[in-house]
Design a protein around this ligand. Structure first.
Ligand code: ADP
Ligand code: MG
Length: 240
């Protein structure tokens, strides 16, 4: 479903991605781990054209995401993204944050957009907060609205970039529960997270990235318990 071929990306003299390749099948939950600065966020951003690659290719099914004629806005509907920083519009309610894109991008009627927004809010357990403004919501609730907003666009793949790192443990849990529910629904996901419990329970594959390279990739049990590379073992010891 998602094919990443030999991605290279530099900022100035710094090579941030150095030949990253990865395949994600439909229904896969690929968890990316690696030290700070290893290129995890850059890689995710290249997958939906928030960042342009220097060379290499990304394919979503038959579509070349990185193709010069591909519309990044169309890609961003098909590949939804949830960031660490919760980027809701503060002057809009939870529901309005979701209907905005449905009306502007999808051209849905007010009633249609509202129905869809409420159904997505219900999916993340926040229908009762539909009329609340971001300031009235907890960090975990805001993050769940962000997830609902991405889901409303019917994405084929969801990208998560450390969605819980800014949250207290109990608020993290409510976000992780929503993510686990998406896993159970068969959503294809690429997730950057330090939540190893989620990774163990939900991931179909773990990719360990260091200095812009895939050091190791495999099923969770192998990568966590029996990594082939010493560098991988050291990383997991350091975060334990
Ligand atoms: P990670 O998410 O694994 O912590 P990032 O992809 O955020 O890593 O960053 C990898 C490296 O690229 C870091 O050294 C970072 O400073 C650099 N970098 C990321 N984005 C930019 C940018 N927009 N401009 C310049 N340097 C950047
Ligand atoms: Mg990052």
């Amino acid at each position: 479903m998602l094919r990443i071929e030999d991605l290279w990306k530099s900022y100035g003299n710094e090579e941030v991605l150095r030949g990253v390749s990865l395949e994600v099948d439909r229904g896969d939950v690929e968890v990316l781990v690696g030290p700070s600065g290893s290129g995890k966020s850059t890689l995710l951003r290249c997958l939906n054209r928030l960042t342009e690659v220097d060379s290499g290719h990304v394919y979503l099914g038959e579509t070349e995401v990185t193709g010069p004629d591909t519309d990044p806005n169309a890609i961003r509907q098909q590949i939804g993204m949830v960031f660490q920083d919760i980027n809701l519009f503060t002057h809009l309610t939870a529901r309005q944050n979701i209907t905005l894109g449905l009306r502007k991008v999808r051209g849905q009627s007010k009633a249609e957009a509202r129905r869809r927004a409420d159904s997505e809010l219900d999916r993340v357990g926040l229908l009762a907060q539909a009329g609340s403004y971001p300031a009235q919501l907890s960090g975990g609730q805001k993050q769940r609205v962000g997830i609902a907003r991405a889901l409303a666009m019917d994405p084929e793949v969801m990208l998560f970039d450390e969605p819980t790192s800014a949250l207290d443990p109990e608020l993290s849990n409510e976000v992780l529960e929503v993510m686990s529910q998406l896993v159970a629904e068969g959503m294809t996901m690429v997730v950057v997270t330090h939540e190893m419990r989620f990774a163990r329970g939900g991931a179909t594959g773990i990719t360990f990235l260091d200095e812009g390279k895939v050091i190791e990739h495999g099923p969770p049990d192998q990568i966590f318990d029996d990594p082939e590379r010493e560098r991988t073992a050291r990383f997991f010891q350091s975060i334990r």
